[in-house]
Design a protein around this ligand. Structure first.
Ligand code: GN1
Ligand code: MG
Length: 347
């Protein structure tokens, strides 16, 4: 670790290095010097297979936001002036630490509104960014059909010991094949445009100040061309719910309509004018699809004995999958009411 730290241009003598275990994928450390704090991360290259492309995307978009006066992550350069270092075939990068709070679920409607405004601002400003400069750092990241096909492949080879524990979930997923194609088809037909997206704006990827005003989005690893629908849906997936994706007691897990309304109102107020009619028409469907997609991803990982997502107990990905599919069903049953709420805010 010392060898890695020495390669970055950190100001001051190092006082402490503490691991932060909140992300599900990269390894994160907080490095404190006598006068500053930094976030040091080792990129998980079994998941992010193109770390250099990914770092180019982060650097380009974070710098662009900064020029526009928007808060964003600030990379700390290496002593050689690079945005990352390679050490023992691992890739490391560092950011200036931002004094802030994060949430695993929204504790109040104010937090929902703040995260929606923050995402709206992110899309609004990056809409001016020349999208062709971005790399596709993870191909098919939100291609729900491809995710479903991968799931089917896992089903073929999965062990009976795990398969028998999720019969109902497997049947539900397989019955949703057509839904998995909807957004991808609209993209192929050029009805839904590719825009600069975060692709992982779950509530824990927003920083808040001590008055709960949103500061900015973090975890820019997945920033690349995508549809804003999945960004809006993923933020709603994690902020407009009674409990986080980790909750195993499904009696406690429900979609919060009042939070949804607040999210839509705040987001559309910032960026509604930039969305086309197909985007507006598919917001509710994309929420159902993102719950389904996340459920499929968690269940795939459960069937493969937890190789992708970090777990602290063996059934954790099954718990997460059940939680997300339960919410997908709730959206499915309430599409009309949700569409009616949405209509109130479409100008
Ligand atoms: C992962 O890295 P983290 O914890 O922010 C995942 C997201 C999932 C999320 C579920 C690159 O996000 O796509 O929605 O877990 N990131 C990647 O909590 O797969
Ligand atoms: Mg991430």
């Amino acid at each position: 670790m010392k060898k890695v730290i020495d390669k970055f241009d950190f100001k001051g003598k190092i006082k402490s290095v503490k691991e932060n275990k909140t992300g599900l994928i990269n390894s994160t450390f907080i490095v404190s010097t006598c006068s500053f704090k930094y976030v040091l991360q080792k990129i998980n290259t079994s998941i992010f297979k193109k770390p250099i492309s990914l770092m180019e995307n982060i650097e380009l978009t974070a710098d662009f936001l900064k020029v526009l006066g928007q808060a964003s992550l600030e990379l700390v350069k290496s002593n050689d002036g690079d945005s990352f270092i390679e050490y023992n075939s691992g890739y490391w990068r560092a950011f200036k630490y931002i004094d802030s709070t994060t949430y695993f679920k929204a504790d109040s409607i104010f937090i929902v509104s703040e995260s929606a405004k923050c995402l709206g601002n992110f899309h609004l400003h990056l809409n001016q960014f020349p999208i062709e400069k971005l790399n596709i750092s993870i191909p098919n990241f939100h291609n729900t059909s491809v995710i479903l096909n991968d799931f089917k492949v896992r089903l073929e080879v999965a062990d009976n010991s795990v398969l028998t524990r999720c019969d109902a979930e497997i049947d539900y997923i397989l019955s949703k094949e057509d839904d998995c194609k909807i957004i991808q088809n609209l993209i192929s037909q050029n009805k839904i445009p590719l825009r600069v997206c975060h692709n992982d704006p779950k509530i824990s990827n927003f920083l808040f100040d001590n008055e709960n005003n949103a500061i900015c989005l973090i975890d820019l690893d997945t920033v690349m061309p995508g549809t804003v629908l999945f960004d809006i849906a993923d933020a709603i997936r994690t902020s407009c719910v009674s409990e986080s994706e980790e909750e195993s007691d499904l009696n406690k897990v429900f979609f919060k309509f009042d939070y949804f309304e607040e999210f839509i109102k705040s987001y559309l107020n910032k960026n509604g004018d930039n969305l086309n009619k197909y985007e507006l028409q598919n917001i509710v469907k994309s929420i159902e699809i993102i719950f389904l997609e996340q459920g499929i991803r968690f269940l795939s990982d459960y069937l493969s004995f937890n190789k992708y997502y970090e777990v602290t107990y063996p059934e954790q990905n099954l718990v997460r999958a059940k939680n997300q599919l339960h919410l997908a069903r709730q959206i499915e049953l309430n599409v009309l009411s949700l569409e009616n709420i949405l209509l109130k805010y479409i100008r």
